[in-house]
Structures are given as structure tokens and as C-alpha cells.
Design a protein around this ligand. Structure first.
Ligand code: ZN
Length: 460
């Protein structure tokens, strides 16, 4: 078997809970962690005659994402009923969008990776949450009974569908992280996998290199961990290639990924769209976003653009880390006032917060090579108050050998046993000498110079 002859084809369907005060079609508040079944009403419990009213904020959030992904925004968009039965869906249908989504045909460029086409982004309501209880596993198979929490039912849900432009687990991981960061920075969702506010369905198929068209895909549903998504994709590719190499074939199906065994098991054969009997939701009017509304939706500079820009200075790996931890703006401030980019990036990552107005003073202090204590103090204060560089600059380190050598000589002379121990192979004793020099100089000695001088003298 040679996996190199095979190419993976991966597309994602990403779901994000939108950050709104109330649900998609009713006024029930959305509170994470509220007691079960306390946030419900006749609309989200589907009592007869109750009518939905769309959440304006949720529509604005969806449009914002559409603009950020360069999508075409629909002039005329409709909600549709997606019909199916499940205990977590009291209406017997989910209000979603089908033929006329709010956004379609966009793209997200992954810095250092592929450009991923966005097929569509639409708005729908989430189902309630089923909790399987009792039994050996607490899973749907083997549970004693199941409970439904209707608090989640009706939560505004943004679904983003990509084109099949991803070709490996690493690509998919990068794309998903960038999309998540974009969503978070747009302020439209917390997008936290651990809390279930971000989930993804992953469609994986393989084909021989050079083959056009697609083979049946495996759909990994409701994946809620970056690690499991990566491993699930790898497992799907591995198992599909192995099956084809054995001469087997299979149908398009949904699969469950079991992280414990790192294997996939068939869940059910996939429904086609026809099975859902989509039709336009008769209780809701079409949405026609006015031009003034679109013009009023302001977009910040997006993380993809910042990663590409910062990456030119520090490399893409570090740029990803800076942006995903929110430290890139701090690095940029420090670099903007004369610090070399790499040390600016390192300071931003390791030294924590500072007020933007303090960037110039901090850059000056860092470049003056002040003592470690002075640097710690400067960064600690710079997080909460305006600082002046002058008092810190007075505390520069002593790196002058002519000052340090006599101090070191005296310390070595006073500790002959430790000197002998070091020369006998106990290199850990070096720390004892460094500490002694730092005490003698009240912390002002440059540790790099002290280390070098000590090693030289101890080797003699
Ligand atoms: Zn409600």
C-alpha cells in the first residue's frame, strides 16, 4: 500500500452559537450554565399557534461574517423548514435556510496554507440538548434513559459550509483555528469547543492522485475538539485508503469517531437533502438586508491579514501564536517604537500586559539592558499606569568586566571547597557562584557576562 498515491478531500460544516441576548425566534434569554429547562417559552417549545420572530442581532452577526469572508450577501433570503423527527426537536422541523441563504460564495485564505472556498453561510436554530444517562457508558447506546434540556433549543446557530478545498488534517486544523479566531474577533460568538458553542461536521473522502470527481465521503458529525478532528480525519483517510487497497468500496455514511480506540464506526447511512422535505417557512417573511445596514457593519482588521503581515517579521509559526493569544498588537506596538521585531514578539508573549501609551518607554528600557528586577517592575507597572523610562534607565546592569572580575575573584577565593567541587565535575555549583555575584552587585550584574566569566575562571 502506498498512501502517497492517494489524495484526501475534506470539507467542513462549522456551527457556531451566535452571541445574542435572546434565542433565534423568541425572547428567552440565553445564559450558559442556567438550570435545565428554565429558559423556554411557547415558541421554542412549539406550542400550537406560537409564532417565531427573527432575532435582528443574529442576522447582523451572520451578515458580518459573510462580509468578512467576502461572500455575496443575498438581496432576498428565506428561512426554510427542515423536517425530521427527534426528541430534541419539538416542532418536528428545524428552521434553517436552504435555497436562499444569507451568504454564499466567499473564501478564507489560510496564511501559509490553502485558500478555502466558502460555499455558504446561513442562519438556523439549534436543537435542544439530549443527555444520555445511566447505563454502562452514558452514551446513546447502553444508556438507561435520556433527558432533554430545552434551554439550548432555539439558540441562534450560524452554519458555515466550505468547499472541499482541504487536503489533510493539518490544513483542516489551521483553517478551523483561523475561522474560529475570525469569528471571535468579529464579536459574533465565543466559539468555544469545550462549551459546545463551536462544533464541526467533517466530510472526508480520498481519491487517487490525478483523479477528478469525488468518491463517497464519510461524515464525522458534531466534532467538538481540535485534537479529535485532526485524529478523526487521519483515521478516516487511513481506513478509506486501506479499504480501497483491499478492493472494497462503501457508501456515503456518517461515522462516529471513538478517541479511545482511534477508530471510526458507521453511525447511519447519510440522508440526502430530499429526505428533509425542505420548504419555505410560512411563518416568517423573507429577509432583505438593506444597503444601509450592510454599510453600517464595521469590520476590524481580520486575523488572517495580521498573521500574514506579522509573519513577514517573525515567521508564520510565531505569527499564529501571537495572533491566537492576542499578543500581536502588543508586539507591533513595541516594534513600532524601535524594538527589533523578534524581541518585541518575545516580550509581548512572555511579559504580559502593558498600556499602549507605554510602548515607547518600555522599548527604551529594554534596549538599555536594565536589571531583571527593573524590567519586571517596569512591565508590572506599565500594565496599569503611565510609566517614565528615566528611573529604570538608572538601574542598568553591570556588564563591564573590569567591575565584575575583582568581585568574582574574591568570591572564588572565599569558597575553595565549591571551586574544587565544580572542577571535580559538579557543574551545578555554578548556580551558587552566580547567586553570590548577584547578591554582591545587588542584582545589577549582567547574568550572561557573569556566567561567561565564571566558566572561564573555573576552567582555569
Ligand atoms: Zn423561547
Amino acid at each position: 500500500m502506498s498512501a502517497a498515491e492517494w489524495e484526501a478531500v475534506i470539507g467542513l460544516e462549522v456551527h457556531a452559537h451566535l452571541k445574542t441576548r435572546t434565542k433565534m425566534f423568541c425572547r428567552c434569554p440565553l445564559e450558559y450554565g442556567a438550570a435545565e429547562n428554565t429558559s423556554t417559552c411557547p415558541v421554542c417549545l412549539a406550542h400550537p399557534g406560537a409564532l417565531p420572530v427573527p432575532n435582528r442581532k443574529a442576522i447582523e452577526h451572520t451578515l458580518k461574517l459573510g462580509l468578512a469572508l467576502g461572500c455575496e450577501i443575498a438581496e432576498h433570503s428565506v428561512f426554510a423548514r427542515k423536517n425530521y423527527f427527534y426528541p430534541d426537536l419539538p416542532k418536528g422541523y428545524q428552521i434553517s435556510q436552504y435555497e436562499a441563504p444569507l451568504c454564499r460564495t466567499g473564501a478564507l485564505d489560510v496564511p501559509g496554507g490553502p485558500r478555502v472556498g466558502i460555499t455558504r453561510a446561513h442562519l438556523e436554530e439549534d436543537a435542544a440538548k439530549t443527555v444520555h444517562a445511566g447505563g454502562a457508558t452514558g452514551r446513546s447506546v447502553g444508556a438507561d434513559y435520556s433527558l432533554v434540556d430545552f434551554n439550548r433549543g432555539g439558540t441562534p446557530l450560524l452554519e458555515i459550509v466550505t468547499d472541499p478545498d482541504l487536503h489533510g488534517a493539518e490544513d483542516a486544523d489551521r483553517f478551523l483555528r483561523l475561522l474560529r479566531q475570525t469569528i471571535v474577533e468579529l464579536g459574533i460568538s465565543d466559539a468555544e469547543m469545550e462549551k459546545g458553542t463551536l462544533r464541526a461536521d467533517v466530510n472526508v473522502s480520498v481519491r487517487r492522485q490525478g483523479e477528478t470527481g469525488f468518491r463517497p465521503r464519510w461524515e464525522l458529525k458534531n466534532m467538538n475538539s481540535f485534537t479529535f478532528i485532526r485524529r478523526g480525519i487521519e483515521a478516516a483517510i487511513r481506513e478509506q485508503v486501506a479499504a480501497y487497497e483491499r478492493g472494497e468500496s462503501f457508501e456515503q455514511s456518517t461515522y462516529d469517531y471513538d478517541p479511545d480506540t482511534d477508530r471510526l464506526t458507521v453511525h447511519r447511512s447519510k440522508e440526502e437533502a430530499d429526505d428533509y422535505r425542505y420548504f419555505p417557512e410560512p411563518d416568517l417573511v423573507p429577509v432583505e438586508p438593506p444597503a444601509e445596514l450592510l454599510a453600517s457593519l464595521e469590520l476590524p482588521e481580520l486575523p488572517g491579514a495580521r498573521i500574514a503581515r506579522v509573519g513577514e517579521h517573525v515567521g508564520l509559526e510565531s505569527a499564529w501564536e501571537l495572533v491566537s493569544t492576542g499578543n500581536d498588537r502588543k508586539a507591533e506596538l513595541l516594534a513600532g517604537v524601535g524594538l527589533e521585531w523578534k524581541s518585541a514578539a518575545a516580550l509581548a508573549m512572555n511579559r504580559g500586559d502593558f498600556l499602549p501609551g507605554n510602548a515607547a518607554a518600555l522599548a527604551e528600557i529594554v534596549q538599555a539592558n536594565v536589571t531583571r528586577e527593573a524590567l519586571d517592575d517596569a512591565f508590572a507597572r506599565a500594565a496599569t499606569e503611565r510609566i517614565d523610562a528615566a528611573p529604570y534607565l538608572a538601574q542598568t546592569t553591570v556588564g563591564d568586566e573590569s567591575e565584575l572580575v575583582p568581585i568574582i575573584d574574591a568570591i572564588l577565593a572565599a569558597n575553595p571547597d565549591e571551586v574544587a567541587a565544580y572542577r571535580g565535575g559538579k557543574e551545578g555549583v555554578l548556580g551558587f557562584f552566580v547567586g553570590a555575584v548577584m547578591r554582591e552587585t545587588q542584582g545589577k550584574a549582567d547574568p550572561k557576562v557573569v556566567n561567561r566569566l565564571l566558566r572561564e575562571k573555573l576552567q582555569a
